[in-house]
Each structure stands twice: as structure tokens, then as C-alpha cells.
Design a protein around this ligand. Structure first.
Ligand SMILES: *Cc1c(COP(=O)(O)O)cnc(C)c1O
Length: 407
């Protein structure tokens, strides 16, 4: 008989009965014989066997256990089991970055001749990965507007294997109805993959809504403090252990135990941080919505958001990212960005530090004018990832540039 490919951790806590915040602190912890309270970091590339026979059994997959840290590592396993518990998934594979998670999901789930339907507003590198690399290996992709269910249906082909989306979208904070798209995917014999980076499991659990696979950039809210790059793929044991883990084991986009430890610590405060990010973002969105220099605010927590009802139903919080639009195009947007003194001008998001970005010339700068127009990325658009500074200071920092425009 073949043992499970991914060994269970010894003495992992029985987490079944714990609430979300408790799982964030406790799930997946495995203590060594030293009895350490905080999770241990295991910096080892390989593992020692008791005998030649045991080595043979491990390599043959007949006995569970560690072999080599490209495949499994106890610190990384603790992170994987904790995130799986939070997403409500059976299994998880951690990766070296969010893009490595997207690549691992694609390589594990797709083959030559397959077709992907993808929402138009996904992370730029995901689009590049699908268009410039997977296309070379005979995987075709069709892009559809995220919230247009009819367009998703119309894009299906007999060879469609994966529907892929991010919700809410970056930077316009548009939503997809995960349950509806899961039904469309399953009715077609395809899988639904959701990038859950913006909400995290603290505010949205795609697997419970019918998605098959969740991918993460742990770089964002899971770390939450801007320190490490990492990612993860979560889903059923059958999908993750067979297709996803096997790719990771052979190709090696593995998370380091040091980074896994940082992400474990990040998960412990994730529910608290997400609540604080969301509360500050809502307050800021409400203030921006009535500022005379601001033409429009995109934030699902506002009652004026066209999909506010869906956001209330599908998410347990509205997230920490918002965007807003100024009439004066690039000059106006840049003047507001250049007037900030505290907020960081950087492309990253999901940090304790608030960040401000001009999508049209940075994160979405590689899109053609037509692509930007279709995606709603205007020259007057600004994205803010609302951090954990006092919201009064964030508001004052933005007001400096906005008040000058309104004069
Ligand atoms: C950042 C990001 C990624 C890529 O993650 P990295 O950790 O930077 O590789 C993927 N999806 C979304 C939505 C992101 O914001």
C-alpha cells in the first residue's frame, strides 16, 4: 500500500472543534521533544533514516515521513496545515511566492490542449504567465469581465478545464459571485480556482462557496508586515496531493522554513489585522466619497458599490484596499501621491504600512491604452492599501493633495 505523499505532523493538535481565531493561533502546530511553545524553525535540507530499509520504504512511498526539504519540511508543514484549516481545505502546498502558487496550480491542473477562462482583471503577472508561457505549451486562455456571468458561460469550450478569478479585483474592487461561477465550472466538468489574496480566509472562504482550489500570495496580508515573499495552494486532498504536490516535489518552487515561520506568526494575528484594515478602509472610503476633489470611490463596503449586496453575502469583511478616481487625470493623481509624507509610494499591498499607487503607470503600466480602457484603469485612478496607522493620520496625509486640488 502507498502511504500518503505528504506526511502528517506528529502530535498536531486536533483542530476540528476550534473557532477561526483559535485555528489562526493553534492549527497545525507540532511540538518537538524540547517542548518549545513557539513553532520551531527546522533549517535542514534532508532527513536521516534509521536504516537502508527505511530509506527505501520512504523513497518508494510505502512509509510516510520526510525525505528532503524540497518536498516537505516540518516548519513549512505547520504553515500549510494552519492555512488549510483556515481556508477549510483538506490540504495545502506552500510555495516560494504567490506567482509560484499560480504556476504550481496551472502546472498541476492543466495539460496541452486545455483551455482556461480567466477574469480580465487578474494580477498582471498571472496574465503574463498564461499568455507568454502556458500558451507556448498549448494552453489557451480567454479573458472575460469578472462580474459578467453570461460572458463566462459564453467563453466555455469543450476543452475548458479551469475557470480562474480574483475577487475583489485589483484595483477596481469589482466582485465575482463565487458560488455561481463554481456551478458554471462544475456543470462543465471544469475546476474553479480563486486567488483569495485580497480578502484572505479571515473574510472570504472560496472553498465553502464551491471553489475547488484557492491560491494565495502570502506576501500580502498573510505576512501582513511586508517582510517575506511566499504563496500557497489549498484544496481537497485528492487535488493537492496528486497534482499540485507532485509538481512542487519535482519542480521545486518550495517555501523556505524561515519564511514559513514568518507566515505562521502572520496567520496568528490575521483575523485581528483584517478587522482593523477593513474598519480603517471603510472610514477612509466614506470620507473620500464626500471629498469635493474625488469623482468616485471603489470600495465594496460602501452602500453605493454596485455589488455591495454580494459583498455582504460572500465576504465577512470588505478588505483593506480601495481605489478612487480624480477628474484631473494623471497630473491630479500624481500631485496627490507626491503630497503624501507618511503613506509609502510603493506597489505592494496588505502591509501594516499604508501604501499608495498610480495603477495606470505602475502595476498596470504594461497594458495597452485599449486594455486599460477596457479594464477601467484611468489616468486619474489611485489605489490605497489601508494600513494600521491611525486612520486620522492616513486621512490627513491624503487631504494635503486632495484639498489643494479642490481649491
Ligand atoms: C501579489 C499578488 C500575486 C503574486 O504574489 P507574489 O507573492 O508577489 O508572487 C498574485 N495575486 C495577487 C492578487 C497579488 O496581489
Amino acid at each position: 500500500m502507498t502511504a500518503d505523499l505528504i506526511p502528517e505532523l506528529p502530535d498536531a493538535a486536533d483542530d476540528a472543534a476550534l473557532a477561526f481565531a483559535s485555528l489562526a493561533v493553534r492549527a497545525g502546530q507540532s511540538r518537538s521533544a524540547e517542548g518549545e511553545h513557539s513553532e520551531a524553525i527546522y533549517p535542514t535540507s534532508s532527513y536521516v533514516f534509521d536504516s537502508a530499509a527505511q530509506a527505501a520504504a520512504r523513497f518508494a512511498g510505502e512509509e510516510p515521513g520526510n525525505i528532503y526539504s524540497r518536498f516537505t519540511n516540518p516548519t513549512v508543514r505547520m504553515f500549510e496545515q494552519r492555512l488549510a484549516a483556515l481556508e477549510g481545505g483538506e490540504a495545502c502546498v506552500a510555495t516560494s511566492s504567490g506567482m509560484a502558487a499560480v504556476l504550481t496550480a496551472c502546472m498541476g491542473l492543466l495539460k496541452q490542449g486545455d483551455h482556461v477562462v480567466c477574469s480580465r482583471d487578474v494580477f498582471g503577472n498571472t496574465t503574463a504567465l498564461l499568455n507568454n508561457f502556458l500558451a507556448r505549451f498549448g494552453v489557451a486562455t480567454t479573458y472575460v469581465p469578472l462580474s459578467d456571468t453570461a460572458a463566462w458561460r459564453a467563453a466555455l469550450r469543450p476543452e475548458t478545464k479551469v475557470l480562474y478569478l480574483e475577487t475583489p479585483s485589483n484595483p477596481l474592487m469589482e466582485l465575482a459571485d463565487i458560488r455561481e461561477l463554481a456551478d458554471i465550472a462544475h456543470g462543465h466538468g471544469a475546476l474553479l480556482v480563486v486567488d483569495n489574496c485580497f480578502c484572505t480566509p479571515a473574510q472570504q472562504q472560496p472553498l465553502a462557496l464551491g471553489a475547488d482550489v484557492v491560491v494565495h500570495s502570502a506576501t500580502k496580508y498573510i505576512d501582513g508586515q511586508g517582510r517575506c515573499v511566499g504563496g500557497a495552494v489549498v484544496g481537497s486532498k485528492a487535488l493537492i496531493e496528486k497534482d499540485i504536490f507532485t509538481f512542487l516535489r519535482n519542480a521545486g518552487p518550495t517555501m523556505s522554513p524561515f519564511n514559513a515561520w514568518v507566515f505562521l506568526k502572520g496567520l496568528e494575528t490575521l483575523p485581528l489585522r483584517m478587522r482593523a484594515h477593513s474598519a480603517a478602509a471603510l472610514e477612509l472610503a466614506q470620507w473620500l466619497a464626500v471629498h469635493p476633489a474625488v469623482a468616485r470611490v471603489n470600495y465594496p463596503g460602501l452602500e453605493t458599490h454596485p455589488q455591495h449586496a454580494l459583498a455582504r453575502r460572500q465576504q465577512s469583511g470588505f478588505g483593506g484596499v480601495l481605489s478612487f478616481e480624480l477628474e484631473g487625470g494623471r497630473a491630479a493623481a500624481w500631485s496627490v501621491i507626491d503630497a503624501v509624507r507618511m503613506i509609502s509610494i510603493t506597489g505592494n499591498l496588505g502591509d501594516t504600512k499604508s501604501t499608495i499607487t498610480h495603477p495606470a503607470t505602475t502595476t498596470h503600466g504594461k497594458l495597452s491604452a485599449e486594455q486599460k480602457a477596457a479594464a477601467g484603469i484611468t489616468e486619474g485612478l489611485i489605489r490605497v492599501s489601508v494600513g494600521l496607522e491611525d486612520v486620522t493620520d492616513i486621512r490627513r496625509d491624503l487631504a494635503r493633495g486632495l484639498d489643494a486640488l479642490a481649491r
